[in-house]
Design a protein around this ligand. Sequence first.
Ligand code: DQA
Length: 148
Amino acid sequence: MKILVLNGPNLNMLGIREKGIYGNETYEDLVRFIEETANEEGIEVEIVQSNHEGALVDRIQQAYFDKTEGIVINPAAYTHTSVAILDALKAVNLPAVEVHISDVSQREDFRQISYAGKACVKTIMGKGFLGYKEAMLFLLERSNGEGK
Ligand code: DQA
């Protein structure tokens, strides 16, 4: 199975930014963790991070044409603002799982709306890096189920 993992703005600052919320591990640690999970499970993975909304939209659109079968997306702050990312996810119509490292349900009011989440089959929050693994396994099981 081919999965795209997309990370939005400031996630490249993991290990530096708000450690009390996001932890001490770095973005490179996250990439390694996702790659290890992919190797263990026989998943083909591409991991992309961008601080730019349009670049995230472009990469989602590309997924329609490059045989991506599922998307794991942490749109970060764009979760709460971006109709463009929501529309891109709807446009490609691939199964997508929304992941947040922190438990956004327990945070500020402005984080309580998720636009991207409206186009996702599942949302995982507050589980740190493990949320990405759970999302990948969910997509894998879902695609195996559909193959039967
Ligand atoms: C985040 C939560 C968002 O509200 C925030 O803007 C982020 C990271 C998370 O992974 O917990 O940048 O998506």
